[in-house]
Write a protein that binds this ligand. Structure first.
Ligand SMILES: *[C@@H]1O[C@H](CO)[C@@H](O)[C@H](O)[C@H]1NC(C)=O
Ligand SMILES: *[C@@H]1O[C@H](CO)[C@@H](O)[C@H](O)[C@H]1NC(C)=O
Length: 451
């Protein structure tokens, strides 16, 4: 008996490897229907392919399915057709409403129960983890419906914490967002994390099934149904080849299909040749792949193109008028954002030699510098969230919205130029704060006049 007990004690603890998934949609509002449809579809794929429901954590605003604008109340569709599956059915949302923030995402991923008051990732060193984020982004930032943004600095730290806590054997992170190729600058080649982004660091990702293509059961949904990269990997998964398809082959297929932007992969490619089933397991959710690029629209322009679509298709005079007010409102929002960030670049250059002022401003607005000043970029991104005016027609939780996030490029460039400007991060934060506070005051005054 004693011998047997001693032998048992010597055996390594055999821990069965488990599969986990964390899914997040970062937006709110009916105009962003597609992100919640993508997220619920990803949930269905994880569930039906055998990831235990207890091991899936889904966070999203959850304001779209029951929106008064939804022509199919309580249902969401991620593809057009006569009988597409309702991806909202059985889609269990663990965190919804105003608690869905970047902080929550970090807390869930790192298993921090002090922060997240619900399910958190409990995976260990022998487990596989799949993470999927869908939403708006910009250089070095991704959005959450209740703000603030999650910066590349925060994401990098989160992934490092997960590594040091040994929370996975392998982790695959699929990210759909504009400029999402900017979010994984420092993944190691042997860190067991493989990240795949919908776009490179300098371009938009694309919504799809927009406009006329958003037809479900003979009715137009009035918002894009999906995002191009997301529906491409998910319809590929739906095709049910998990057992045999490798990440390498899925990524190469999805890269070909997602031909409006450049799908990129980062980090540890050593397990690219393993089958997708090793992380996501086999699926029975079979579906015929449809032409995923029907009605594809640059994600930056989705608000405007959908508003134009609504105006074109309004049938009575009153709704036509209302739709037109929206179109012009969105255009004004965009102009104001362009002016805001051009002004910020000018303000950053205010102390340079007047002869070089135009050149300096142009550089901050348009150059594609590589990010090395992550801390500075992080501080400025938070200052924009806190102090810049909220958009009237684009959903925004603070200064950022789905259109202006591309101008995070300006912050990145200013930070890279901070030595040449002779300004500390603190001084730059102060500059953003002043510039944005003034813009907020001006905008409020303008609204007063209009009212
Ligand atoms: C949506 O509406 C249904 C039916 O009224 C209700 O049961 C459900 O709780 C609602 N969901 C949300 C997220 O509001
Ligand atoms: C992009 O892919 C779609 C299919 O998703 C195809 O119909 C289209 O021709 C492709 N465009 C280019 C330029 O390759």
């Amino acid at each position: 008996m004693a011998l047997r007990a001693a032998l048992v004690a010597m055996l390594p603890a055999v821990v069965a490897a488990e599969k986990y998934a964390v899914i997040a949609a970062g937006s709110a509002g009916f105009m962003n229907y597609r992100h919640q449809a993508d997220a619920c579809h990803a949930y269905q794929i994880m569930l039906q392919s055998g990831v235990p429901a207890d091991n899936i954590i889904l966070m999203m605003q959850d304001d779209v399915a029951n929106s008064s604008e939804n022509p199919f109340p309580g249902q969401l569709f991620n593809k057009p057709g006569e009988n597409p599956p309702d991806v909202y059915k059985g889609c269990k949302v663990d965190y919804s409403g105003d608690i869905v923030t970047g902080q929550l995402f970090m807390d869930v991923l790192t298993g921090n129960t002090e922060g997240a008051k619900g399910k958190v990732l409990k995976s260990g060193a022998s487990d596989t983890v799949f993470v999927n984020f869908v939403d708006h982004g910009g250089p070095g930032i991704i959005a959450f419906p209740n703000g603030p943004v999650l910066t590349v600095k925060q994401l990098s730290k989160t992934l490092k914490t997960m590594q040091s806590k040994k929370m996975f054997k392998q982790m695959v992170f699929y990210m759909e967002a504009c400029e999402s190729g900017s979010m994984f600058p420092d993944l190691e080649k042997d860190g067991k994390i493989l990240a795949v982004s919908a776009s490179n660091a300098d371009e938009s990702s694309w919504g799809t099934y927009c406009g006329d293509a958003a037809m479900v059961k003979g009715k137009n949904v009035g918002s894009c149904l999906g995002d191009l990269f997301s529906v491409n990997w998910m319809q590929d998964d739906d095709a049910g080849k998990f057992k045999s398809e490798t990440f390498r082959s899925q990524i190469s297929k999805v890269t070909k299909l997602t031909n409006k932007s450049h799908v990129c992969s980062f980090g540890d490619k050593s397990f690219e040749d393993e089958t997708i089933g090793s992380v996501e397991t086999a699926s029975s959710l079979s579906a015929s792949p449809s032409d995923t690029a029907q009605g594809a629209v640059d994600a930056r322009d989705v608000y405007l193109t959908q508003a134009m679509w609504a105006w074109q298709h309004a049938t009575d005079k009153e709704s036509k008028q209302k739709a037109w007010t929206r179109v012009t409102g969105i255009m004004k929002d965009r102009e104001a954002d362009e002016a805001l960030f051009a002004g910020l670049a000018a303000a950053a250059c205010a102390d340079v030699n007047p002869e070089r002022l135009v050149q300096c401003q142009h550089k901050f607005l348009h150059e594609r510098m590589e990010m090395t000043h992550m801390d500075c970029h992080h501080e400025l991104a938070l200052a924009v969230h806190e102090h810049c005016p909220a958009s009237e027609y684009h959903h925004s939780a603070g200064g950022w919205n789905g259109f202006n996030m591309k101008f995070a490029r300006v912050l990145l460039n200013i930070c890279e130029g901070q030595e040449a400007l002779g300004k500390s991060t603190e001084q730059l934060v102060h500059l953003v704060q002043e510039h944005c506070t003034k813009a907020s005051r001006d905008r409020a005054a303008e609204m007063q006049i209009l009212v």
